[in-house]
Design a protein around this ligand. Sequence first.
Ligand code: IPM
Ligand code: MN
Length: 353
Amino acid sequence: MSSDKKYKLAVIPGDGTGPEVVREGLKVLEAVSKKCDFKYDKVMYDFGGERYKKTGEVLPDSALDEFRKMDAIYLGAVGHPDVKPGILEKGLLLKLRFSLEQYINLRPVKLYPGVWTPLKDKGPEDIDFVVVRENNEGLYVGEGEFVKKGTKDEVAIQVSRNTRKGVERCLRYAFEYTRKRNKEKKLTLCGKTNVLTYAWDLWERVFHEVAKEYKDIKTDYAHVDATCMWMIKNPEWFDVIVTDNMFGDIITDLGAMIQGGMGIAAGGNLNPEGVSMFEPIGGSAPKYTGKNVINPLAAICALGMLLDEIGEEKAAKMVESSVMKITTKLKSLAAGKMGYSTSEVGDLVVKNL
Ligand code: IPM
Ligand code: MN
């Protein structure tokens, strides 16, 4: 990158512990930008539960227009105990993902050195795969209806919408990503072809069609229930998994647990042709808010993914290597049990860059 370029970052600390972990992420950004000699401007946005309670506003369209001109978005957490579930999730997080066409949700599942995993006899060499989750379609489109609501004959219909274009762009991204990752060069489609015979018929057909263009990539298929089983029994079998929005939501929480929990799990909502957004995948953790005990590593790892996406690969690698040094020092990744405070963990990452 030419040194006169200045990145523009939107920062949405959000609710609960979001601001605490984002603060540490920004601390790391500041330090790594100096080491790698790049410049950035950050614009802070106060969207989230507090603002909604005060103003009734969740995410105005004018903000979306501003985001479209940014290089990336850094998000803390969404979810407030005094706000009805669904309002912020749909009105903020999903609205961002959908409006900015962030059609990929990328979630690395990697066990770092020294991190405790609930899987017996498995170590960092066994747990290192990536889930590519479709992020704009499926059950998340929110289509459906009630028939005879409130009666004994009530029917609730929830539609899973899968478009050829939406499925294909997700699969293409997954094949490209598997090639670029260059590990086992193996892509597993995770679906439910034996029961959901419309959606997964389409996914499977397009998968095999696109696979013809990627002869160097080995392909595999597993039903979603079996995928859950293998993730526990033989996680080392996976390199890259591609799946739809709902299954991806579920298996990535399972993935987060085997990599050491929400304290470390990060994700990217990617629009490969537009503006992407990065977040720690744990929630707003109201219980730990304001106590300086939450683990900021997930947010710091999300920052690492952000740096990689905007083209600062060296900075991204430095952040990850530093995190990998810190994980051996923490007593646990769980909030309140790290042996360090939130800000001390941020300082440690900065020191080890
Ligand atoms: C996630 C979250 C969201 C989702 C919620 C908060 C809407 O669980 O990012 O995985 O279901 O996608
Ligand atoms: Mn989820």
